[in-house]
Design a protein around this ligand. Structure first.
Ligand code: ATP
Length: 441
């Protein structure tokens, strides 16, 4: 046992697009940064507003903390992963030997990787304690729920996780790849189609006020790191665009009157190269978040079997998909409401009513105005009319986007949690394999 209440825990929620770091017991994370490491070894500097790093040191490329949106939490590059911790520690002046570390697990950190993580934490960072907690359980906990259907709309994808009595039902977790980044790319594609050319994402202008070396030809022939750099910049620009003009239509098809009542008659969004886009004049942009609900790319056979699932029926894995549903191509493109229904249908029949009454929404991808009521309506349409669907989310945006981090912060400050840490001494006695059995799933 580690007496973690002597010093605040270091709580880290590493996401596909954004990461949060801070101390247990605090209401907010101290450091919130984009989830990639620069060639200089820093986590989360904005490329959009910085100089062009890939060209400074081509042997050390930009690297995402988690490289694979299909497997959130799976480490794809240990060097980057280690640099992330060192950089976050530096930026927060954190002395790791003084803080036990709680790390979030979105659901797919492979067992062997937990062991490597524990070795890095104890042997390289010198942390006195470690706990790896399931992200959805922490999200539910942040809103005081022990049982909930957690719908997390992140950058890499949407993940739906039934949580029952604080435990995530791994076999019922479902994920698609229609996350904020995919939606951002679609926005960008439509914007470029509207403008009629490729748009430069760099902010710095040349001497004459024009974009120095960023010619159409240059943009059309990017390779390697330059592509990564451009994608990250586009994600940043489109996150900003969504904040200014994102909107979720309430009736499957776009109702322009509804949209126009929300948007000022002349709404101009200025792209990084100065090009104006008249948003009010662009129904195709308002329609973009419909990607969450569109049924395209889903094979008719599979869709039918999902539609026939019965919320009151027996429990068990749906369609025989692999545990966690991460590998099933069907689920990669399943619309959000069907993803949630699928997760629900494969969880215990007895718990479904309660899960539907506690649908917890998290992630910045859910910030679109109108998002909650649309989800409630679409999910409600898939379950028997005797079931009520009730959505809950943090009142403020930060509570949604930081929900898992906040759950970790609360958890690590509880006296009763302190006995759950894997202490350095236990790690040394048991070794990483036995030690990591302490962590859920
Ligand atoms: N106002 C907004 N409206 C809609 N989407 C937004 C808004 N602001 C940010 N986003 C999108 O939210 C996504 C990031 O969400 P979040 O920070 O929850 O992701 P994450 O925790 O890194 O992701 P993951 O859960 O996949 O690991 C980005 O794709 C961003 O474009």
């Amino acid at each position: 046992m580690f007496c973690g209440d002597e010093t605040g825990a270091f709580v880290a929620d590493l996401g596909y697009t954004n990461s949060r770091f801070g101390y247990g017991g605090d209401p907010d994370p101290k450091l919130q940064v984009p989830s990639y490491v620069t060639p200089g070894g820093n986590v989360g500097l904005s490329y959009l507003h910085a100089q062009r790093p890939p060209l400074e040191n081509p042997t050390s490329p930009i690297s995402r903390i988690y490289g694979n949106p299909k497997m959130p939490g799976e480490v794809t590059n240990w060097e980057t992963w280690e640099k992330t911790w060192l950089s976050a520690g530096r930026q927060m002046s954190c002395d790791f030997p003084e803080h036990p570390v709680l790390l979030t697990n979105p659901g797919s950190i492979p067992k062997g990787q937990k062991e490597t993580i524990s070795e890095i934490m104890f042997e390289k960072l010198g942390a006195p304690g470690l706990f790896i907690a399931h992200t959805p359980a922490l999200t539910a906990f942040s809103l005081g729920r022990h049982t909930a259907l957690v719908v997390d709309c992140g950058g890499g994808g949407n993940v739906v996780s039934p949580v029952i009595d604080g435990m995530v039902l791994g076999r019922s977790q479902r994920r698609n790849l229609r996350g904020g980044e995919a939606i951002g790319k679609e926005y960008w594609k439509r914007i470029e189609a509207k403008v009629g050319r490729k748009v430069a994402v760099r902010t710095e202008k040349g001497k004459d006020g024009v974009y120095g070396d960023v010619s159409d030809d240059y943009l059309a022939n990017l390779t390697g790191d330059e592509v990564v750099y451009r994608d990250l910049c586009i994600e940043e620009v489109m996150a900003d665009f969504k904040r200014c003009h994102g909107y979720m239509a309430q009736f499957g098809s776009l109702d322009l009157r509804e949209v126009k009542s929300l948007i000022p008659p002349s709404s101009i969004y200025e792209l990084p190269d100065g090009t104006p886009v008249n948003v009010n004049d662009s129904p195709e942009l308002f329609e973009t978040p419909e990607m969450h609900y569109k049924a395209e790319e889903v094979g008719p056979e599979k869709e039918e079997s999902i539609g026939s699932m019965d919320v009151e029926g027996s429990s068990g894995g749906a369609d025989g998909e692999k545990e966690g549903g991460y590998e099933d191509p069907l689920l990669k493109s399943l619309p959000l409401h069907k993803l949630a229904h699928n997760a629900l249908s494969s969880s215990d029949a007895d718990a479904r009513k309660e899960l539907l009454l506690n649908v917890v929404v998290s992630g910045s991808g859910s910030f679109f105005p109108g998002f909650d009521s649309r989800l409630q309506k679409e999910l409600g349409g898939l379950v028997p009319s005797t079931y009520r669907v009730k959505l809950t989310a943090g009142k403020h945006k930060e509570e949604r986007s930081n929900a898992a981090w906040v759950g970790g912060s609360i958890l690590t400050s509880l006296g009763s949690f302190q006995q759950l840490w894997l202490s350095k001494q236990e790690f040394e006695e048991l070794g990483s394999t036995l030690g990591c059995q302490r962590f859920p799933g």
